[in-house]
Design a protein around this ligand. Structure first.
Ligand code: FAD
Ligand code: MLT
Ligand code: ZN
Length: 472
């Protein structure tokens, strides 16, 4: 874009959103131009921060008329580079963070309606204020936005019980690529009036429109929790334990998170105020949580189920949390892994999903394949075992340069993702495609799937102005 054209665009945007809605100087723009991992960097003529849906629609209409591409950004905590503009300097960043109102809470209908820029933790608070619960829970909940959660179909630690974001959204309001508004903010559990338009925007990563409002499903507030840390000799045993816990505890089983000894050690080394939960380190660990609206028997159920699992030889060591403080300390170990990895250096990350019944066999085979390809690999394997979602990451040696990282990323992605595909899995379980997996997607999706996705994109965003270069 020429300097004059850029200035004209900025002047017009200024007229639409006012000075509080525009960031043009380099220092103010900087946080919007790189991602949480510091992996991608981009450039933009302007960061525009509309205050409401009408302003967003006006901005998108102007961008459509001037053929200006838009990168929508929420809390900028995404793991796939979806919210970072490219380096051309031609893409406008549209930040939703000023759209942060709770619009309505209906405890009878069990729905919460929010602006897309509402921080996830604030949505939790709003639900709690009417004695209800919004279950989506992830390490970034203090800064990610509900719109970003919808756009990435975020998962997290409670999917086992409540499902992904897709299962928690009843309605959406979306500004379409031409600036029109789709008013789909319905709070209905049943609506069979044609194609699932809402479903198309969930997981679309900003490529089909700007989500401006969301109706979320609420649940009864669980008031009782029982938490335990267990150690196991093998992943097979941990998978059997998961099966036993599901049978014994049913819907009360809320989280079943897995960490290998190496993942746990990384947190103990890198995050302050953490200590090992078990006297003897175990090769595989699980953090297990039961929850309910009724305290009665919850802790006994956990104790009895884990007693049974010890008798069956599935676990060797169990630590039952005795207090809220202990529970928080256990969760700090699990949620500290992302930060610990960043501190430990460069990592090649894989966010994969597999049938739970194949997890142990996959991990055994992947370990052999990865070490054959990279004998000095440090594998950091952890994740949401209850959903079959592993974060199968490989830490690079500290002295590895950018070229080595690039080459090894290419090699290891090939090895890991081919094996994932052979096992009937997915190469992106919950972090989306963004820039990270865009080029690989076509290797693992069938031509029919790719063609249908491209046709949807073409029908909805014919000028390819919404987050170009991402996902497809
Ligand atoms: P952003 O990063 O700003 O954007 C992500 C994508 O969504 C981009 O493609 C962007 O264009 C698009 N987008 C954002 N807002 C909108 C909108 N309103 N309309 C249209 N498109 C939009 N993810 C999980 O699923 N599970 C986890 O357990 C998990 N744990 C994490 C832990 C940490 C410490 C961190 C840093 C991240 C974690 N994530 C996890 C990843 C991340 O938090 C989620 O992907 C989250 O949903 C992103 O929300 P955001 O508001 O930050 O979106
Ligand atoms: C998590 O589950 O902690 C995040 O999704 C993982 C990550 O940092 O890769
Ligand atoms: Zn995760």
């Amino acid at each position: 874009m020429s300097e004059q054209a850029t200035q004209r665009l900025i002047n017009k945007l200024h007229a639409l959103v006012g000075p509080a809605g525009l960031l043009t100087d380099a220092e103010a723009q900087a946080p919007y131009l790189t991602d949480w991992l510091g992996k991608w960097k981009g450039a933009t003529p302007v960061v525009v921060r509309p205050a409401n849906t009408a302003e967003t629609a006006a901005v998108v209409r102007l961008c459509s008329e001037t053929h200006t591409p838009i990168v929508t950004q929420g809390g900028n905590t995404g793991m796939s580079g979806g919210a970072t503009p490219d380096a051309s300097g031609a893409q406008v960043v549209l930040s939703t963070t000023r759209m942060n109102r709770v619009r309505a809470i209906d405890p009878i209908n069990n729905t919460l309606t929010v602006d897309a820029g509402v921080i996830l933790a604030h949505a939790h608070d709003a639900a709690r204020s009417v004695d209800r619960f919004f279950p989506l829970s992830l390490g970034a909940q203090g800064s990610c936005t509900v719109g970003g959660n919808v756009a990435t179909n975020a998962g997290g630690i409670a999917v086992l019980r409540y499902g992904n974001t897709r299962d928690l959204v009843l309605g959406l309001e979306v500004v379409l690529p031409d600036g029109r508004i789709w008013h789909g903010l319905r709070g209905l559990r049943k609506d069979n009036t044609g194609y699932d338009l809402k479903g198309l925007f969930i997981g679309s990563e900003g490529t089909l429109g700007v989500i401006t409002g969301v109706v979320l499903k609420l649940f009864p507030q669980p008031t009782a929790h029982a938490t335990a840390w267990v150690g196991a000799e093998s992943l097979e045993k941990l998978v059997d334990l998961l099966s036993l816990m599901r049978t014994r505890c049913g819907e009360r089983l809320t989280a079943f998170e897995m960490m290998t000894a190496a993942s746990l050690q990384l947190v103990l080394d890198q995050v302050t105020d953490t200590r090992a939960p078990l006297a003897q380190p175990a090769p595989f660990n699980a953090l297990i949580e039961l929850s309910d609206t009724d305290e009665a028997g919850l802790r006994d159920l956990l104790e009895e189920s884990l007693g049974e699992s010890m008798a069956a030889g599935l676990t060797n060591d169990v630590m039952l949390s005795a207090s809220e403080a202990q529970t928080m300390a256990l969760w700090k170990l699990r949620e500290g892994i992302s930060q610990a990895q960043v501190r430990a250096g460069k990592a090649i990350k894989h966010d994969i999903a597999l049938p739970i019944s194949s997890l142990a066999s996959f991990v055994a085979q992947a370990g052999q394949d990865v070490l054959a390809c990279m004998p000095d690999a440090r594998i950091v394997n952890f994740g949401h075992l209850g959903d079959g979602n592993l974060h199968y990451n490989v830490l690079m040696p500290p002295d590895a340069g950018d070229d080595a990282l690039k080459r090894r990323t290419h090699e290891l992605n090939g090895v890991v993702h081919q094996l994932v595909t052979d096992y009937g899995g997915s190469i992106s379980a919950e972090h989306g495609v963004g820039q990270l997996r865009r080029d690989e997607l076509r290797l693992y999706k069938s031509p029919v799937e790719m063609e249908l996705m491209l046709r949807i994109k073409q029908a909805m965003d014919p000028n390819h102005l919404m987050n170009p270069g991402k996902l497809l």
